[in-house]
Ligand binder design. Sequence first.
Ligand code: 3SL
Length: 236
Amino acid sequence: MPKLDICFSPELLPLYDLRGQVAVIVDILRASSTIVTALGEGVTHVFPVASLAECTAYGQEYGCLTAAERDGLPAAGFDLGNSPFGFLDGARPVRGRALTISTTNGTTALRRSLAAEAVVVGAFLNLAAVADFARRQGRDVLVVCAGWKGQFCLEDTVFGGALAERLADDFDVRSTDATLAALHLWQQGKAELSTYLLQSAHVRRLNSLEASHDFEFCLRIDAYAHVLPLWQTDRL
Ligand code: 3SL
């Protein structure tokens, strides 16, 4: 039976061998949720990049929309920040456009995970799509939590627990303490997920940036149940 494990921070990635595995990149607040929303709202594909300079360069080379965030705030000089509402509120048409995005933690975590056999972006918004993909692949899964500047994040870990619960019949979700801990946290919080995660550091950070509506949106389980951002060559 394949195994599901959880890497609590990209800083821990050197401890894992990604080869042959499915890597699920998760940054619930907000990069992975924003990428899923963008694709769900008709963006054709996404170039996730680590640096702002790359974001500018991709924007120029491909003529695509640019989105960038640093320290929770939209970075200057780009079309959009990292709020899913940038793809929803209709202020800027996104359907049919490509997008490049750079965020503090999420897109960097993805770029650092490309040694995996398959790389997908996971969020509560597309939990079903990620679980279906993992089942079809039948390979070991590593959930890579983007965290915050190398530190553990509650919301990314709780997502790992939610995915482990969905896959519990088909995957070994009991062989690492990381997955056990994530399952316990998810089971503790799932009945009142928003209340539970209100305690988390990043929610407090977003609230101070007046982005609390983003938080509620990012917890909508399976709102984009069929959106699967899958890394192919150089894009999702
Ligand atoms: O670090 C990231 O990748 C971002 O998702 C953080 S924020 O939610 O935009 O602050």
